[in-house]
Design a protein around this ligand. Structure first.
Ligand code: FES
Ligand SMILES: [Fe+2]
Length: 343
């Protein structure tokens, strides 16, 4: 099928494209010592490298001297990144530490992000001021009871908020994910954190299986989904990060729990999960790529979770009260509960 022409309406959102909060930018294993990794997130060209103490740094990519991209030919020398063009060096805090032939080292600093590293991930903070909250560690990421994760990355032309709304879009679980009916969900919010608990029935390899899921949202870009079922138990770490004003990335790390008595079956379970679930994600990405943002969607009674999620998510757009009011489409509250039941 030929590609659809792009409707500018589909790139228009009433809210800023980068909500304030922590975003996973790369996995720890992707940033070896001595490496400069180029990244492009949050509408910014960025680089990541490790300082001499091994701590990860994420800075803007362009050299203040003459504009070279530090990730294109730059290298790490003594824990500092050296520009490929004229050899200026910058520390993990972005300050210039060395400029060849300069009588005095210029007092310039490259902008960058506040960084945290845990759970096998490197997070960067988007927003003004110091972060007021932290993403907690996700124990499955370092537990031997879980197999190495299935790592699935995709990008879609969609706002990062809508990637998150997917988890409370009850009806799509039936239509896209093969569940027998929309799940029963219960959303609870607490400041920048939110939880959704629910259960669902789905057909896997011809069997109808009952599962429970517990979803933990840590701000606008990080979520852990814990699914318990008779065959498969897994934790999906869902990392959603704005790329630019029309594209967002979703990186899913699926940690399958090794069966207690038969741990060698984990690869088989991963295979089944890949076969069953990943194609559905691609199907969704195709829908996301072409959908528009409905500021006032026509929701059925059991779809109230989308409204509740929007009310909670509005807190990540501080300073845009009109937007917050609109996305909330009702009274706004940073904490509370919304009981959502299947019809
Ligand atoms: S452009 Fe980077 S050192 Fe000159
Ligand atoms: Fe989905």
């Amino acid at each position: 099928m030929p590609e659809l022409p792009r409707d500018p309406l589909a790139d228009t959102y009433p809210m800023p494209f980068v909500p304030d909060g922590w975003y996973a930018l790369l996995r720890s294993r992707e940033l070896g010592p001595g490496k400069v990794v180029s990244l492009h997130y949050l509408g910014r060209a960025l680089i990541a490298f490790r300082g001499s103490d091994g701590r990860a740094a994420v800075r803007d990519a362009y050299c203040p001297h003459y504009g070279a991209h530090l990730g294109v030919g730059g290298k790490v020398v003594d824990g500092r990144v050296e520009c490929p063009f004229h050899g200026w060096r910058f520390g993990a805090d972005g300050s210039c530490t060395h400029a060849p032939f300069a009588a005095r080292t210029p007092k310039v600093t490259i902008g960058g992000l506040e960084v945290r590293e845990h759970s096998g991930l490197i997070f960067g903070y988007a927003g003004t001021g110091a972060p007021a909250w932290e993403v907690p560690e996700i124990p499955e990421t370092i537990s031997r009871a879980y197999a190495a994760p299935i790592d699935d990355v995709c990008r879609a032309r969609i706002h990062v908020q809508e990637m998150r709304e997917n988890i409370v879009d009850e009806s799509h679980f039936h239509h896209i994910h093969g569940q027998s009916e929309p799940p029963v969900q219960d959303l609870r919010t607490d400041g920048p954190f939110a939880e959704v608990r629910g259960r669902f029935r789905r057909r896997v390899l011809g069997w109808d299986l009952d599962n429970t899921f517990d979803v933990f949202m840590y701000g606008p870009g990080v979520m852990a989904v814990r699914v318990e079922g008779p065959v498969l138990s897994l934790t999906a770490v869902a990392l959603t990060t704005p790329v630019d004003d029309r594209t967002s990335e979703m990186r899913m790390l699926y940690y399958v729990r090794k069966p207690a008595r038969l741990p060698f079956l984990a690869p088989l379970l991963k295979l089944v999960f890949r076969r069953e679930a990943l194609a559905e994600v691609r199907e969704e990405v195709r829908i996301w790529d072409h959908k528009i943002h409905q500021a006032r969607p026509v929701l059925l009674p059991h779809e109230k979770g989308i409204k509740a999620l929007r009310r909670w998510y509005a807190q990540f757009y501080p300073g845009t009260p009109g937007t917050a009011a609109e996305v909330a489409a009702g009274q706004s509250s940073a904490s509370g509960t919304a009981q959502v039941t299947a019809p």
